[in-house]
Design a protein. Structure first.
Length: 667
């Protein structure tokens, strides 16, 4: 293994010496103009808690999945072996490659580069690439269009890290093959996944068009749109989001971006607006407070004991990142933060050695037992394991934090910089020919202040003019902005974005302070959810973790081990209706700030808590291994004996919990 790592590091060094990181890629005509462009992979570095979070994954499953899960190891068909030929290996590298370049980890770079070189080498004269052959066998999943869509994302990111021009020739050849082949073998020829997820294919086609300008890519773009499931209709005129079991939860997350991606080419407002209508519908049908939806593979109405798959979280994050880049619509970043800072942390263990296939809003025990899920996978869906539930999430989870980090900052088309999603990080880039460093110092999302320190690594430069854009989240009731300790005015916020256009000097410090307040929103059956800023809050529960070592058939079902989690904490409580009036929230829900460490996403390290009072509901109990069905809303309030004694409760961020009540009955 060490010899292989050395070999691929040598190859990596050779290509890096000759390649240059690409310039910002904006849309060219006739595509709709874009104002923002991603930076080269590696220019944005995480710091603080975000760096610790990514280091945990690097030291855990992301950095070592090939050792922990042989299906993505030496015998994988994408590496020329006889093993798995479908999505799992590409899924892993789709996250491992950006993780390696962002974190500067040579060992993981070598692993990822081996896959890149294997993919490049697999291309046939026809343009086809990957395992298998250009087969007409409908059961030959090795030839399926879908896993190649994931591989294309890998190659795009590799280009964004290195500028290796082989990627451009590789994609041109494959897309010419697609243009010739798709009329006879459409996206659902081998499996339905390609048709459902064709927007991912189109995304890379239009990205390549912005580099080469080859018009045949626009022809392919129209063809791909025609062959992809009609997500615009599903979001606007059809009834899919009003029916249970109508869609696969992850297909929905990936399908969200499909209309917006094609809008670049169609210029049709219905494609631009379709996801907005979908979000409006979801809020009142299948929606969850995390910004996601009930989907234990098939979608369901949003009862808080329904499951939500980890892959849904991962893919919706990616969709929102791309949708914002295309539209500059600030609301997509509000939703991105809501999902990332609530749903994502709770589904991966602190030591990054296991993940949870489904999670629940009201989740008071995690045991290997039957639950009311449409796809129960042998009752392993809630437990934390390497393979429990279904292994797709084991391989797909790795892209979440690296791609989120990659979308903290953007270049803007007017020659400026934009910091639009907030997390501790450092940007090192160039504006013109000048090297610029901006250090973002923050404990966001646990605190409401973000600071930016500007510096010029080249001592020959001490000042430079450029516009600097910042986002004002929709939840913030105004903001305060200072430069070097003095209050300043920015340009008027347009779509939630403010701009500071000035000549920047070495050491200039911007401080941006948001105003967060406790709020209450209503969800399933009018259940109450407590929010503050980008975070939703859940009942703090004591956690007892139990590790089980697997043998026999359990090794295939769960991996080498799995965790169950239980608690003695009483959870059957209701919030008082008078406490939830907007004018009463601040009085009855008291916010306390705790130390914010670099490992904040745990019940013991929660950096913020909200204390309040609730009343015990003695008749609310466990049913079918979960929180029992209950009327969250009642027209008869304060009735005995339904409600019993008052108790003190402590709420902490959803992402810090493993066990919790998030959607509370109101009495």
């Amino acid at each position: 293994m060490l010899r292989q790592i050395f070999l691929y590091l040598t190859i990596l060094t050779t290509y890096c010496a000759t390649a240059q990181t690409p310039n910002p890629i904006y849309n060219r005509t006739p595509l709709t103009p874009t104002h923002y462009a991603q930076l080269p992979l590696g220019e944005i570095k995480p710091t603080g808690w975000l760096k610790a979070q990514m280091q945990s994954l690097l030291d855990g499953v992301t950095g070592h999945l090939d050792e922990l899960y042989p299906l993505v190891g030496e015998d994988n068909a994408w590496l020329g072996g006889n093993g798995d030929a479908w999505e799992r290996g590409p899924y892993w590298i789709d996250g491992a490659l950006p993780m390696a370049y962002i974190m500067g980890d040579d060992a993981l770079k070598a692993k990822a580069l081996r896959w890149v070189e294997a993919i490049l080498a697999s291309q046939q004269p026809s343009g086809y690439f990957g395992p298998g052959s250009d087969s007409t066998d409908h059961h030959n999943v090795a030839s399926d269009w879908w896993p190649r869509m994931v591989a294309l994302k890998i190659m795009q990111q590799y280009y964004m890290a290195t500028g290796d021009k082989r990627v451009i020739d590789f994609m041109e050849s494959y897309f010419a093959y697609q243009l010739r082949t798709l009329p006879d073998r459409p996206l659902d020829y081998w499996s339905f996944w390609g048709k459902e997820r064709g927007g991912d294919n189109l995304l890379i086609v239009l990205w390549l068009y912005n580099i080469t300008g080859n018009s045949h890519l626009l022809t392919l773009g129209n063809l791909l749109h025609q062959l992809t499931a009609d997500w615009t209709a599903r979001f606007t005129t059809d009834d899919h989001l009003f029916r249970q079991n109508s869609l696969h939860c992850v297909n929905l997350a990936q399908g969200f971006k499909a209309p917006v991606v094609y809008y670049q080419q169609s210029h049709d407002a219905q494609h631009l607006n379709a996801p907005k209508e979908a979000l409006r519908r979801i809020r009142h049908t299948i929606g969850f407070p995390t910004g996601l939806w009930a989907g234990d593979e098939l979608i369901h109405f949003g009862e808080p004991t329904r499951g939500s798959e980890l892959c849904t979280t991962i893919e919706m994050m990616y969709s929102l990142e791309e949708m914002f880049r295309i539209t500059s619509d600030n609301s997509y970043l509000d939703l991105l933060e809501r999902i990332t800072y609530n749903a994502l942390p709770t589904q991966i263990t602190d030591q990054a050695d296991a993940r949870q296939y489904y999670h629940q809003m009201n989740q008071v025990n995690i045991t290997r037992s039957w639950h009311n899920f449409s796809s129960p996978h042998g009752d392993t869906d809630l437990i934390y394991g390497l393979l429990s539930g279904y292994p797709c999430c084991t391989c797909n989870m790795h892209q979440a934090w690296p791609k989120f980090t990659q979308n903290l900052w953007y270049k803007s088309s007017d020659g400026g910089i934009a910091a639009l999603v907030y997390a501790p990080s450092t940007l090192n880039t160039t504006i013109g020919d000048v090297a610029v460093c901006i250090d973002e110092q923050t404990q966001y999302p646990f605190r409401e202040e973000v600071s930016f320190v500007v510096s010029f690594p080249d001592n020959a430069t001490t000042k430079l003019r450029f516009p600097f854009e910042l986002r004002i989240p929709a939840w913030s009731d105004g903001y305060t902005l200072t430069l070097n300790g003095k209050h300043i005015e920015a340009s008027k916020a347009e779509g939630g974005i403010i701009t500071i256009d000035r000549k920047w000097h070495n050491g200039d410090t911007i401080r941006l302070h948001f105003n967060a307040h406790v709020a209450c929103t209503r969800w399933w059956d009018d259940a109450a959810v407590i929010e503050r800023g980008p975070l939703i809050y859940s009942l703090k529960m004591e956690e007892h973790w139990h590790k089980h070592i697997c043998e026999g058939a359990d090794l295939e079902a769960c991996g080498p081990y799995y965790y169950e989690v239980t608690s003695p904490t009483p959870w059957n409580v209701a919030l008082h209706h008078r406490h939830l009036h907007p004018e009463s929230l601040a009085e009855h829900f008291i916010v306390t700030m705790n130390e914010c460490s670099n490992t904040p996403w745990s019940v013991s390290n929660a950096p913020i808590q909200i204390k309040g009072k609730a009343r015990i509901l003695p008749h609310w109990s466990i049913s079918r291994n979960a929180v029992g069905s209950f009327n969250y809303m009642s027209q008869q309030l304060d009735t005995e004996p339904e409600v019993a004694e008052w108790v003190d409760i402590e709420l902490i961020p959803f992402g810090c919990t493993t066990l919790r009540i998030t959607e509370f009955p109101v009495r």
